[in-house]
Unconditional design. Sequence first.
Length: 459
Amino acid sequence: MLGQLLAPEIEEYLTRRDFAGLRDALSRLDTPEIADLVGELPSEQRALVFRILPRMLATETFEYLEPEPQKDLVATLAQEQVAALLNNMSPDDRTALLEELPAAVTRSLLNRLTTEERKVASWLLGYPEDSIGRLMTPDYVAVEADWTVERVLEHIRQHGQDRETLDVIYVIDPGGKLVDDLRIRELLLARPETRIGDLSDHHFVVLKATEDQEAAVDVFQEYDRVALPVTDSDGVLIGIVTVDDVLDVAEEEATEDIQKIGGSEPLADPYLETPVWSLIQKRARWLILLFLGEMLTASAISYYEVELTHAVVLALFIPLIISSGGNSGSQTATFVIRAMALGEVQLRDWRRVLWRELRSGLALGIVLGLIGMLRIAIWEQAFGAYGPHWMRIGITIGIALVGVVLCGTLSGSMLPFLMRRLGQDPAASSTPFVATLVDVTGILIYFTVASLVLSGTLL
């Protein structure tokens, strides 16, 4: 809020080139607010502000920026300042930046790091993309079981300043293997002469460096931790992952799923920063596929051309029928896909989901069917819109709605399971895809019911 209030003031300082006043104004802001302001500035002004900020504040602000402003600053600032920023960044944030850049730029930036920092950066980048190893930082506090609480606290005072978090202290054996983790609260409440081994219960949660980042999201949600240790295949502690990085992963995964559910390939960059041609490519494939699917709907309608010729009134209700089925299928697909993403539903639960949606679809279909029949009755009484066979038309619409809504619900619930069973992302069974599928089946159900109910009258 304060940052928004000071935005015009910042602009005024830049216009007057009052850099002393600008530095003072920025010092009144929290680091995330400075990052928000800097992220909105034009490229030249953004670089100017960074040259004014004290080195450590500049580094902290840089870590809070979105990837695109970070890339812009890397390209704009002098090499010496870029080197200072990268060397002072936390290893996990630096890895996130480097993996976003082209390979040639990354190699160039690695060469600007100190020998020690380059070794750490190369080590983290050596882990597979989207692995937990890319998220972790080696900046943690580790102690041994035979240390006393007093020695641990002195160790923290000496070495804890540059660590990612001090909320949790990690206990290792002489070979570096993780044997326990202790919350700082336990140390502060213990007597100074107490041995760390006496506080340990050897119950801890651990992540593997080669696991997928989504696994970290699930573990953090289940155990409600601010940080978790990361070990190699031998159980040796090699880093930690903090909740702020996992929240970023969770946001990215949720965004990707939402974009897939909307019937598009996920965007690699923020919407406004994605080139128009890239947007077209991301959307075209699904739109073409859905368009071809809708051509099947047109073919299904043409198959019943004779019925439409004899009973034109049936054409009036085609949008009503297919949209009801598509809407019910889209609703169900959204529920099931999200439940899968949250781990609430597994592949083995497909029978339970089928039984639930069978009942739900039938009930919803009956409700919509009764409303459709009521609508026809009211219009007939008020306007005489449907002729002497209006009751049969109403029955056709009512039964068709029950069938189409039930079909849509079952399709929307089972397609995500099919995608998961085939090893694909359930979100790929997007709601537009479900709607298109139900359009075709809806036409078949509608005209089949019409042929049976209206036989000998309109047909």
